[in-house]
Structures are given as C-alpha cells and as structure tokens.
Ligand binder design. Structure first.
Ligand code: S3P
Length: 171
C-alpha cells in the first residue's frame, strides 16, 4: 500500500488520485471512508462527538484500509501522527510525506470550512503550530516529496514515481 501522509493542504487526495491513475491501481481516501462509515461529514463528527471520537474512528477505518489489496491510500493529516497507525503503515505500507511549508499550505486551506482543526479564531497560528509539532513525525515516512506553491499535481506525481523506482516499489 502506498500511503500519502502530510498536513492539510499538502494535496494528499488529489495527488493520490492522480498517482493511482498513473500506476493503474486503485485509490482509497481515508477521510471519505471515515465519512461513509459514520454517515456524516468530518466537520459533523468533530462537532457532535469531538476529536477523540474522530481519532478512534480514524484508527479503525485506516487499520481496515491498510489490509486491502495494495493501492494508493491518502490519509487525513492526523493519521500518521498516531503511533499505532504509523507502526501499521510501516509494516503494511510504503509511506510518502508530501512536505509543504506554511506559504504553500496556507493559501490552499484559506477560507475553506471543511477542516475542524482550522475552524477557529486563529487558523494561521493553528496551522503554524501543527507544522512545528508534526513535521518531525511526518519525517519518519519512507520518502519525502517536497511541494511548492505553484508545483502542478502532475509534477508531484512525476517526482513520486522517480522515488518509487529508486525504492523498487510498484514501478
Ligand atoms: C486532520 C486532517 C483532515 C481530517 C481532519 C483532521 C488533521 O484531513 O482528517 O480534519 O488532524 O490534520 P486532510 O489532511 O485531508 O485535510
């Protein structure tokens, strides 16, 4: 399983989808699967039940997805932060960190209301502190692919495929 990890706005879902097309394998999006399983949106889960409940659901759903046939899996930004999920991904998957700095992420998440962790008074500050807290953990991924403000999804896929070849994965 090729597992895309990284912060909100890094492009995990769109690049994951494109990567799966290129490799001609299936595509799974963890957040959509969580929404399907819960019968509500991520925002609703956070509002009704809180983050802890969401994380429990995320752990169940991602653990189940990791056991499916090898394909591309895009995770929500917090999945790889869970030690349990990280270990599972290490065993059953190959992790790809889509690394992006604040200047790259901020315009992509700005004004969107679908990310509960940023739906607060100081979203800018929240994103900065998530970058600081989480980057050391994302850096444990098997490979790191750097994103920049204007880089296209196709270019990102190209960069990933080069690294996959070096690691003798899929291609
Ligand atoms: C989260 C990221 C979101 C979603 C939830 C929590 C996080 O996914 O899972 O809002 O903890 O970073 P995306 O990274 O796809 O936005």
């Amino acid at each position: 399983m090729l597992v895309l990890v990284g912060l909100m706005g890094a492009g995990k879902s769109s690049i994951g989808n494109k990567l799966s097309d290129f490799l001609n394998v299936g595509f799974l999006d963890a957040d959509s699967e969580i929404e399907k399983a819960a019968g509500m949106t991520i925002v609703e889960i956070f509002e009704k039940f809180g983050e802890k409940y969401f994380r429990e659901g995320e752990k169940k759903v991602v653990s189940r997805l990791m056991l499916q046939k090898p394909q591309v899996l895009s995770t929500g930004g917090g999945a790889f932060i869970s030690k349990d999920l990280r270990e599972l991904i290490k065993i059953h998957g190959f992790s790809i960190w889509l690394k992006a700095d604040f200047e790259t992420l901020w315009p992509r998440v700005l004004g969107k209301k679908n990310r509960p962790l940023l739906n607060q008074m100081e979203p800018e500050k929240a994103l900065k502190s998530l970058i600081k807290e989480r980057n050391p953990i994302y850096s444990k991924a098997d490979i790191t692919i750097e994103s920049k403000p204007k880089i296209s999804h196709s270019k990102m896929v190209e960069k990933i495929v080069i690294e996959l070849k070096k690691n003798q994965m899929f291609v």
